[in-house]
Design a protein. Structure first.
Length: 382
């Protein structure tokens, strides 16, 4: 006769498994992280705040990461990739980073400068003359430092910006607002020019430049998903942008007529998410991948931002270094950047001193409002 097995021999192991699963869920929600002001908050409190903001601002989807002591301590993908289909975000969802492309590209340029692929103070004109800019001879003095510190004198984009009335030229004609190196003029077009110079110098061209970026930046830093040109992975994982609560198409943003999804657009084409972008911020906090002197050169404040600029009045940016806005904060220095497309916005910040940082991406144009609320929540602003 077989040995009888008591029910508790089945129930007890199952109960222990259930309790273990519950405790892991509870511990995740109860896990504490440090906010910017040093106060503690639970993961559940942060998530609750974010969901409330998403509801009140009408944000369909959010990818966010918070960094403590150069480690990701909070990372969530909340909401929807597409409101019409109710497709939820997950860890594979990819957003348009918009101008958060620029800091990553700046790091790429600094890596190339270490290899001798470009001299930061050599005028770009000597590498690659640009016929469409010859109407303004001052462009011949612009170098990579001017581009990365936003002091080229260029407009943001000649096709989008309205030329000064005094110039009496049609939109789309190249012009300059001031001499290179004189002052702050935010320009995506400068980044585009620099990318074309690097594509020529490296011999990779404007599509395969993505391969060089992957070799020099992504792989050494352990970043899995960053795309400056279209990749098949994006077919299934790129989220949809939303305008006024309605799903937009998934077109590829550009600033100039020659740009498309197969051209490396350094100013605004990056596609990624918070988990992967946070890896880049951690590299910046830890000074990974660059020589100490290169790292210091990159983060030294350079271009002065006028006090009348909205970058100063709204964002607190007093200077621009090579790739980031610089915000003095008491005894600390914060490095920041934002990104805006028609239907996406993004933000990032890190501090070398406190080793704190965050980044987020939303698939609608409500990121500025979210950032204003979030920076108050973490004690970065009053």
């Amino acid at each position: 006769m077989g040995k009888k097995v008591g029910m508790n021999q089945y129930i007890l192991p199952g109960l222990l498994l259930l309790l273990g699963a519950c405790s892991s869920q509870v511990s995740e929600e109860d896990a504490t992280l440090q906010l910017f002001d040093g106060k503690a908050a639970t993961s559940a409190e942060v998530t609750g705040f974010l969901r409330h903001q998403m509801d009140s601002l009408g944000i369909p989807g959010l990818s966010i990461a918070i960094i403590n002591d150069a480690q990701v301590v909070y990372q969530k993908n909340l909401g929807y990739a597409n409101l019409d289909t109710r497709q939820e975000l997950d860890e594979n969802s990819i957003f348009e980073a918009a101008s958060l492309s620029k800091p990553v590209f700046a790091y790429f340029v600094m890596k190339l400068s270490e290899r001798g692929a470009i001299e930061l103070t050599r005028p770009l004109h000597f590498y690659l003359p640009e016929p469409s800019m010859e109407v303004e001879p001052r462009y011949r003095n612009v170098n990579a430092r001017h581009v990365l510190s936003h002091s080229t004198g260029f407009p943001n984009w000649r096709w989008f910006d309205t030329p000064p009335d005094s110039l009496d030229i049609p939109r789309g004609t190249f012009y300059m607002l001031q001499n290179p190196g004189v002052g702050y003029t935010y320009s995506g077009e400068g980044y585009d020019y620099l990318a074309r110079v690097i594509a020529k110098n490296s011999g990779y061209g404007m599509h395969a430049l993505s391969d060089l970026f992957q070799e020099l930046v992504q792989e050494p830093l352990g970043i899995k998903h960053m795309y400056f040109t279209w990749d098949e992975y994006l077919y299934d994982h790129k989220v949809y942008g939303h305008v006024a609560g309605r799903v937009n198409d998934r077109s590829w943003g550009s600033g100039l007529p020659h740009q498309n999804s197969y051209q490396f657009n350094a100013a605004g084409a990056l596609h990624t998410n918070a988990e992967n972008y946070a890896r880049f911020l951690i590299a910046m906090i830890n000074a990974e991948g660059l020589l100490p002197e290169t790292y210091q050169d990159m983060l030294t404040p350079r271009t002065v931002v006028e006090k009348t600029s909205n970058r100063y009045t709204e964002d607190g940016i007093t200077n621009w270094c090579l790739g980031f806005g610089v915000v003095p904060h008491g005894q600390d220095t914060l490095y920041v950047h934002g990104g805006t497309h028609t239907d996406f916005q993004s933000q990032m910040m890190f501090s070398r001193k406190s080793r704190f940082g965050y980044t987020f991406f939303v698939n609608t144009r409500k990121g500025d409002e979210l950032n204003a609320a979030f920076t108050k929540f973490i004690g970065m602003r009053e």
